[in-house]
Design a protein around this ligand. Structure first.
Ligand SMILES: Nc1ncnc2c1ncn2[C@@H]1O[C@H](COP(=O)(O)OP(=O)(O)OP(=O)(O)O)[C@@H](O)[C@H]1O
Ligand SMILES: [Mg+2]
Length: 340
């Protein structure tokens, strides 16, 4: 009988990603639920719900249980987590996997304990938590147990987690509220001010992923029509949005990111800072997929910058790796448990 291996879970504000030990990513879905506004009955979860986003009938609310780095709706978060985990492990109730999960850095003790309980109900035998930067680094292939200082920057939807890691420990860390969602919000604001056009979140996300860029100096300009509502007439209208406009909209969040990186580097001992200057900065998370982000940060900071191969999957993959080699990474788990 096929059995489910231990699982690593990245419970993010935009996406939930689950990786199985030795198999890689087995589930990747948007962290969203479509819910009946009045009864709170769940209509759909994940990809199915995301497809409705912006087109949902009146009376249906789209709920993102994690937002702005904190848990907005604990009940919905538990239902969503339970549903995803059951999908992966549900058919193997006699072979309950262990789980390692990375949750938002700002969730509190009670919330963490309840999430662990939910995992138990969903079929996990035992659930441990891990700090996000450690999982992100491991998933990107960084040998975190080295003494060399490594800077890892996970740019998610709601938060950017900046950390310098050495000897398996987080030596310096800063969590910014500027991340992928900020770029989307700024694009919506920009289009509203410049074109008098109110575009929806989905439209802005699609624009950002298709033509968005961080580089204001980019030579080739791309453009895409975006549909929204004219703020003067109130009627539906389309406007062509260019990649240069996306870059202009991205300027402020980009600036905040670079400042955040500077402030962490300024705080670490000179030896670690030297390591970072030599080895560079590693970007993970979906936000790292913004075109030219790597190049712009490198140009501004004069430090080499790399993007992990599958930036959005790194945390889940890192969790799965720890489960694969528990003795090598016992310290990572020990640290995170003691820290809580
Ligand atoms: N091709 C792309 N270009 C630009 N941004 C992208 C691209 N693909 C994904 N993103 C952005 O990545 C972000 C989501 O990344 P990720 O899945 O790592 O977040 P998360 O882990 O769910 O959030 P968090 O870590 O903050 O809780 C979103 O803001 C999304 O718009
Ligand atoms: Mg994340």
């Amino acid at each position: 009988m096929a059995s489910v291996e231990d699982i690593g879970i990245d419970l993010g504000s935009s996406n939930v990603i689950i990786a199985e030990r030795g198999k890689g990513v087995v589930l990747s879905e948007p962290a969203v639920l479509a819910v009946n506004h009045d009864t709170r009955n769940i209509i759909s979860i994940g990809t199915e719900a995301y497809q409705m986003w912006g087109r949902q009938p009146s009376g249906v609310a789209m709920v993102r249980p994690l937002q702005k780095g904190s848990i907005q709706d604990f009940d919905m978060l538990s239902i969503m987590l339970n549903y995803f985990v059951m999908r992966v492990v549900g058919k193997h109730l006699f072979n309950r996997p262990r789980a390692l999960m990375s949750v938002s850095a700002t969730s509190n003790e009670i919330e963490k304990r309840q999430l662990i309980l939910r995992m138990l109900e969903a079929g996990a035998r035992r659930t441990q938590l891990i700090e996000r930067p450690l999982a992100a680094a491991l998933g990107a292939g960084v040998p975190i147990n080295d003494v060399t200082g490594r800077m890892v920057v996970d740019i998610g939807g709601a938060t950017t987690d900046i950390a310098v890691i050495s000897s398996g420990e987080i030596m310096a860390r800063s969590i910014l509220g500027t991340a992928g969602d900020t770029f989307t919000d700024e694009l919506i604001r920009y289009v509203r001010l410049k074109h008098n056009l109110l575009i929806g979140w989905r439209t802005a996300e699609d624009l950002k992923s298709a033509i968005g860029t961080a580089d204001i100096q980019e030579q080739n300009t791309l453009s895409l029509p975006a549909a929204g509502r004219n703020l003067v007439s109130g009627l539906p209208r389309q406007a062509d949005i260019t990649s240069l406009e996306c870059a202009e909209a991205a300027e402020e969040p980009l600036h905040a990111l670079i400042e955040g990186l500077h402030s962490v580097i300024e705080r670490i001992p000179a030896e670690l800072a030297n390591d970072v200057f030599d080895d560079g900065i590693l970007l993970t998370g979906g936000g790292a997929r913004l075109r030219s982000l790597r190049e712009v940060i490198q140009r501004e900071m004069q430090i080499p910058v790399f993007v992990a191969e599958h930036p959005q999957d790194c945390i889940a993959l890192g969790c799965a790796l720890v489960l694969e080699r528990p003795s090598e990474y016992a310290r990572v788990l020990g640290e995170s448990r003691r820290g809580r």
